[in-house]
Design a protein around this ligand. Sequence first.
Ligand SMILES: [Zn+2]
Length: 398
Amino acid sequence: MLAMKRISHTHENTLSDFLSSKGWFEKKCISCGNRLFTKKRLGQSQENCERSKCSNNGNTFLKLSRRSRMLTIPMINDQIESFFKKNHFSRKDPMPMVNPNSKTDVIMAGVQILDGVIHGNDDVDNGRIFISQPSMRMQYQSLVKEFEGTSTSFVNICTEHMDATIENHLAYIDLWLTALSLLGLHMNDFKLVMRMSNKDWGTGAISSLELFFVYCDIELGDAAFAFIPHRDNKNLVISDIGFGLERIAWAVNKTPSYFDQIRPLSQTLPREYLDTCRSLSLLALTGIQAKNKGPGFQFRRFAKVLAIKYPSSCHAGVLEYYFSYWSQFIEPLVSLPAAMFAVNSEIGRLRNSRLADSFKESALENESTEDYLLRLFLARNATIDEIEVALKHERANT
Ligand SMILES: [Zn+2]
């Protein structure tokens, strides 16, 4: 029987002692009750931690002082990467979005680089890893329209260390705080929120001590020191510290919208539309195609948003923009034309099946919507008026 090692109050106290030695003062969140730390000695002993559930999503951080010059996302990534390289972390290439060692359909976080050890038979390697991992979280899809600062895909910029000690972990937290300071984010504007957590994602209970990094009222990332059940009745102890790179960029540059960081500047389009094209590009450059399950099902869900809600838009320019964006972080497994073909085929298939209701004739397999309408026009003597009515009907049902 595995003697499950759990995070204890000793670990919590070690972390809080460390933070107080660095000039952080302990308070308590008035809403969730979690312990929080700020650099401000004065003020009330209870305040709001401003994590998502406690926050009123006011984005007050936008009013803080800003840099005189913007930094692009790749600039910020390079700066953080060189900082960790100097501090003896070795950079790993990101995983493709589908990883055979992982239990999720698509990669959700950089820590999954350890999946071969956690779930497979890979040996424990206690090197210090730095990784900028494109990641996707479908649970954010419904939030994008409503909440600023959310996107279904992002770069999870992380440090990972297997077989870490709590002392290692504390040293890495300190490094991250320095890396954020060097980008111009002042420590006086941060709240660090501590929480113990015991989760089970179907592979045994994971016990972890978490510290969330909240910049004024936007959460940028978190540091977890975790015990994970492992083979031979042992626990794997990991330090996993990860941030949303694009969120850091928003905090640094303080543009009115988060999407100002991640959209083509020449285009003003709805957040949902941009987010859908962005995530679809990430899946497509990995060679994923529409399917009824697995990663292909996520592809289908995004393509459906474009086909149904934005049928008459031309997506090519925006998809190409995001294809180049992701290519800065992850090696595409297919060419841009192949990725575009996969996206357009699925959008065409979905649009054709909806238009077929008006014409009582189905499209052929892999027939583009343009070819389908032309065939109806030429071979069936459909009139331009009939086609207009069908397109109007399609738009009305968005
Ligand atoms: Zn709270």
